[in-house]
Design a protein around this ligand. Structure first.
Ligand SMILES: [Zn+2]
Length: 257
């Protein structure tokens, strides 16, 4: 695991250098022999030893030299690096992705901490951004839908199969929205709870029909009834279709909660 903290890294390097003097000297000798074959063996040995003995000093000097060089060649170097990145797009992308995966947990934790600290202002910013870019988003979503229509429809169909309750609640909400219902907040969880409270009995004929009850709107959606807890009762299919949009079949106590 490489050290992020430069001080720690320097210390680790120094520890490594102190422990592996011979190894480093051998490596430096080999490299010098290859790049400067005209040097005498004793000079090579001297240079290698000097390098090992003065490792820290040399490293600082090198760093300073590099910094100076970079300062002088900055613009040229940046252009060169960008050109290299443009040429090796796929490689850069793969490296980014790998680093992404490696540091996933850490980055998520950082993001979470930042979010918790700046929650309020971020929410305001997001809301403003959303409002300012409504049209763009609409265009983008429409294009995305067209391009991915089949896959999206397949996903939706699969979701409806996997989550029938959520899907049914969404359908009722959609119907209520189309009918212009004044309140539209009845959820799948509330429907589940309501059936449990009634022990899965039809509110009109008292027939027990677990999993087969309908959401009966006391004031029908088509007559401006709200899609909310207090306007809904569980009813069996028969009673629901018999009542239709007419008056309630018998006196019932709506859920005034
Ligand atoms: Zn019934």
């Amino acid at each position: 695991m490489p050290y992020k903290d430069p001080q720690k890294r320097r210390e680790a390097n120094a520890r490594y250098a102190a422990k592996n003097k011979d190894k480093i000297a051998a490596r430096v000798s080999k490299w010098t022999k290859e790049t400067k074959p005209w040097l005498k063996p004793e000079s090579i040995e001297y240079m290698a030893n000097y390098r090992v003995e003065h490792a820290e000093e040399i490293s600082i000097q090198t760093k300073e030299r590099c910094a100076l060089w970079y300062e002088k060649n900055r613009d040229e170097e940046l252009v060169k690096r960008q050109a290299w990145r443009d040429e090796n797009r796929d490689l850069v992308r793969a490296q980014h992705k790998a680093s992404h995966c490696r540091n996933r947990e850490k980055r998520l934790a950082e993001m979470r901490a930042y979010y918790l600290e700046h929650r309020e202002e971020m929410l305001v910013e997001m809301k403003i951004y959303r409002l300012e870019h409504l049209d763009e988003k609409r265009v983008y979503l429409a294009a995305y839908y067209l391009a991915n229509r089949e896959r999206l429809l397949e996903n939706m169909a699969q979701y409806a199969v996997d989550h029938p309750e959520v899907y049914a609640a969404a359908r009722v909400r959609y119907r209520a929205r189309k009918a212009g219902a004044p309140i539209n907040d009845f959820t799948a969880a509330q429907w589940r709870l309501m059936q449990e409270i009634c022990d899965h009995f039809c509110a009109y004929c008292r027939e027990r029909a677990p999993g087969k009850l309908h959401r009966e709107h006391l004031t029908p959606l088509s007559k401006g009834g709200p899609n909310t807890w207090s306007n809904i009762l569980p009813a069996c299919a028969k009673c629901n279709s018999e009542k239709g949009t007419g008056p309630v079949l018998c006196p019932v106590q709506p859920f005034m909660l």
